[in-house]
Write a protein that binds this ligand. Structure first.
Ligand code: CP
Ligand code: NVA
Length: 324
């Protein structure tokens, strides 16, 4: 199944409600509008004198509620979504999968129907992407992908926002990924197509993104290539990105640490990139593994802006889901 086909279950939603399941399901115009709205929302929220408990004067989500279901741990995603709902005038509820009947075997489809009776949108961080699709298929409210084993679209929208804040339009820029071809890498492949940037992924053959995802990018005009050579990926790059070598749910840590060690982002690798290249990491980082302290704490690193931008992009994604 192509990423696009996986995002099909829209039929039960009444316009203007929309699921945010994967970047591959958005049009270029939708993706661009979400980024631009996030920039505007950030300006409003960060005006002088506003505390973090600021509430948008228009309260655009005043009558909206969000249930956030976590099957895996989270710091950034949880706090940014909860603060987004608060700042837009709405309400949110955090639910840990194991504290729910979901953890005792209630089906995702039954849970979807029940939650749809209580709240206006559901955010899900799922062990398996299939659970997200099942939630979307059976919910009658928008469902948002807050990370699955397949993808992490909210994160990569924040990454694009961060790149553009520092370096202007990402179109035509070279982005290098070094490390595991994981969920974040997959959403970057989708983003490269949507935002017309070049993406070179350096991944060992054992941990490459699936061929069908690269084929999807090629079919859709993406400039996405794969190499096993991190230096080649980094050469003349405008941004170098990496992520943990052992994602939540991975059980083969020892093998991963060994195979991925040549892909570490360190000073030597950064020197291959353009002088003003950025370094990004979705966090949490495993310092000394996928990235050295001197890079993640160095002058090219924009990780704290990237983390904060989760808040601003989340608001824009929520508003898009509600057709606002
Ligand atoms: N980057 C990210 O999604 O972080 P959390 O796991 O803390 O939500
Ligand atoms: N690839 C990481 C991202 C964490 C935000 C994971 O899935 O654990």
């Amino acid at each position: 199944m192509t990423p696009k086909a996986k995002n099909k279950p829209y039929e039960n939603l009444k316009e203007p409600y929309r699921h945010f399941l994967d970047l591959a399901a958005l049009t270029k115009a939708e993706a661009r509008n979400i980024i631009e709205k996030a920039k505007a929302l950030k300006v409003t929220a960060t005006q002088e004198g506003h505390g973090k408990g600021f509430i948008h004067p228009d309260r655009p989500l005043a009558d909206k509620s969000l249930a956030m279901v976590f099957e895996k741990p989270s710091t950034r995603t949880r706090v940014s979504f909860e603060m987004s709902m608060h700042q837009l005038g709405g309400t949110s509820i955090v639910l840990q999968g194991n504290d729910m009947q979901l953890g005792r075997g209630e089906t995702v489809s039954d849970t979807a129907q029940v939650l749809s009776g209580f709240v206006d949108a559901v955010m899900l961080r799922a062990d398996n992407h299939s659970s997200l699709l099942e939630m979307a298929q059976h919910a009658t409210v928008p469902v948002i992908n807050a990370l699955t084993d397949f993808s992490h679209p909210c994160q990569v929208m924040a990454d694009v926002l961060t790149f553009e804040e520092h370096r202007g339009n990402i179109k035509g820029k070279k982005i290098a990924w070094s490390g595991d071809g994981n969920n974040v890498a997959v959403s970057w492949i989708h983003a490269a197509v949507l935002f017309d940037c070049e993406l070179v992924l350096a991944c060992p053959k054992e941990f490459c993104p699936r061929a069908e995802i690269l084929e999807w990018a090629a079919r859709n005009g993406g400039k996405v290539t794969l190499t096993q050579d991190p230096n080649k990926a980094a050469r003349n790059a405008d941004c170098i990105i990496t992520d943990t070598w052992v994602s939540m749910g991975d059980t083969d840590a020892a093998e991963r640490l060994e195979i991925l060690s040549p892909y570490q982002v360190n000073r030597r690798l950064i020197r291959q990139a353009n002088k003003d290249s950025l370094f990004m990491h979705c966090l949490p980082a495993h310092r000394g593994e996928e990235v050295t302290d001197e890079v993640i704490d160095g002058p090219q690193s924009v990780i704290w802006d990237e983390a904060e931008n989760r808040l601003h992009i989340q608001k824009s994604i929520l508003m898009w889901c509600f057709g606002k």
